[in-house]
Design a protein around this ligand. Structure first.
Ligand code: FAD
Length: 437
């Protein structure tokens, strides 16, 4: 086994905590840098929003979390834990299938305390630069700034760096003709917290997107505003009235907007709206990372990365956790397996292919995406794929979690049968046909 390494982990959200635990178990010496004063990342609800509601101003003060106050998880509590540290067996007093965000944060705090991770975290310490110590070595310099100081802070050298800075903070904004001159209010879901600002029986809101946040937020706003119109660029969307509220409509994507406040949809409908809410997702961003283009973000593809984790040319001393999204299997489990694999690779328990082989694997993945017509910006979207997590589990000597897999299938069958509109009737035994088992 290789000797223990010094490892810097950037961020103390789910990914940073899981990574710190996995590295600690392997005997590595870990420092977790966390720019805020709390652990939990996204799950630390912040009532503040950014000064620029679309988050386009590069000089704005960034608020990390995109949670809205009423947010409940989009996965049932049975699928919100780590494989060896389940969520649903813990008792927090909330019996709902989809727990509120406060409960997830409590769970993460308990996880961190139980595994002795809190003492590894340097709070209020923002990493401002991660750079190779010199081009011939695998070591990394991490430069950080503490507290509110604007002066550059200390530099420390590490054998490895694991990037866990999250990817739900830098909004992606929709683009449509006339957007700049449209007189109404526009904001991104990153800056949505509560429905009160929409509480006016005259207000008409257009919500762009068809993800879970778009659905959640539009339903919440529909209870206080006059009308909510969802706009989706998914193919085959036709104008329709939604059954979830008397005042909700589904439209195709926006065709253009006018200076007089009109919003015209490609389905031919046109309305006079007051607000456009962009629930259009987020961008990967690593402002501190200096790799001279070895790892780059191109149309929201972070690459090249072997299995979404290791850049072949810089592996294994640089790695990323939590870039993949979409929930199968659940987020926490997938993150935990990624963290464990990195820890195993760094201690020599698992080995990586050669740089050339890793690059070839990445190219093959890109090629398959292109052949299937999957756009580049969906590179890290592993839609309902269990193969990746099964593969990761095998790398670290773990078996497939059949229980979680069944639960997942049952839950997504329920969603596809009933739609995702905060229905709370799902139970783990929701019927699966034999061919779905
Ligand atoms: P984060 O939680 O974002 O943590 C990153 C951490 O890095 C933060 O603490 C941040 O302060 C720190 N950081 C960033 N940059 C620096 C720096 N330069 N220096 C030091 N520290 C830094 N997942 C689910 O499983 N179930 C759900 O129901 C669910 N709902 C969601 C709803 C919303 C609205 C959003 C936005 C996400 C949701 N997710 C859900 C996904 C969620 O992002 C993951 O569960 C998880 O929080 C990701 O963890 P992370 O550690 O990768 O990132």
């Amino acid at each position: 086994m290789a000797p223990p390494l010094t490892v810097a982990v950037i961020g103390a959200g789910v990914a940073g905590l899981a990574t710190a635990r996995a590295l600690k178990v392997e005997g590595h010496r870990v420092i977790v840098y966390e720019k805020s004063n709390r652990l939990g990342g996204t799950w630390v609800y912040n009532p503040r929003v950014e000064s620029d509601p679309l988050s386009l101003d590069p000089n704005r003060e960034i608020v990390h979390s995109s949670l809205y106050q009423s947010l409940c998880t989009n996965l049932p509590r049975q699928l919100m834990g780590f494989s060896d540290y389940p969520f649903n067996t813990r008792k927090y007093g909330d019996l709902r299938t989809f727990p509120g965000h406060e409960e997830v944060l409590e769970f993460l705090n308990e996880f961190a305390s139980e595994f002795g991770l809190v003492e590894l975290i340097r709070f209020e310490t923002e990493v401002v630069r991660v750079d190779r110590a010199d081009l011939r070595s695998d070591k990394w310099v991490v430069e950080s700034r503490s507290g509110k100081s604007t002066e550059l802070g200390s530099e420390e050298v590490f054998d490895a760096v694991v990037v866990c800075n999250g990817h739900h903070t830098q909004p992606r904004v929709a683009d449509f003709p006339g957007m700049e001159k449209w007189p109404g209010k526009q904001l991104h879901s990153h800056n949505y917290r509560v429905p009160e600002p929409f509480q006016d029986q005259a207000i008409i809101v257009v919500v762009i997107g068809d993800g879970l946040s778009a659905k959640d937020i539009s339903l919440e706003i529909s209870k206080v505003a006059k009308e909510v119109h969802l706009s989706s660029r998914s193919p085959n969307i036709k104008i329709s009235k939604l059954e979830y509220g008397d005042n909700m409509w589904q439209h195709s994507e926006i065709d253009h907007v006018d200076e007089n406040g009109e919003v015209a949809f490609k389905d031919g409908a046109s309305i006079h709206a007051d607000t456009i809410l962009h629930c259009t997702g987020f961008k990967y961003d690593f402002p501190f990372l200096k790799t001279e283009g070895i790892v780059a973000v191109d149309d929201n593809r972070v690459g090249p990365l072997y299995k979404h984790i290791f850049p072949p040319e810089l592996a294994p001393s640089l790695s990323f956790v939590g870039l993949t999204y979409f929930p199968a299997p659940h987020v926490f489990l997938k993150i935990d397996l990624q963290a464990k694999w990195i820890a195993h690779v760094l201690s020599g328990k698992a080995s990586l292919p050669s740089e050339e082989e890793m690059l070839a694997d990445v190219q093959e993945y890109y090629q398959t995406m292109a052949e299937k017509g999957i756009p580049k910006h969906h590179t890290h979207s592993l839609h309902y794929e269990f193969e990746f997590s099964d593969w990761l589990a095998a790398q670290v000597g773990l078996g497939v979690d059949e229980q979680a897999r069944l639960m997942h299938r049952s839950y997504y069958k329920f969603v596809s049968d009933n739609g995702f509109w905060r229905s709370r009737e799902w139970q783990p035994g929701y019927v699966l046909q034999e061919e779905e088992l």
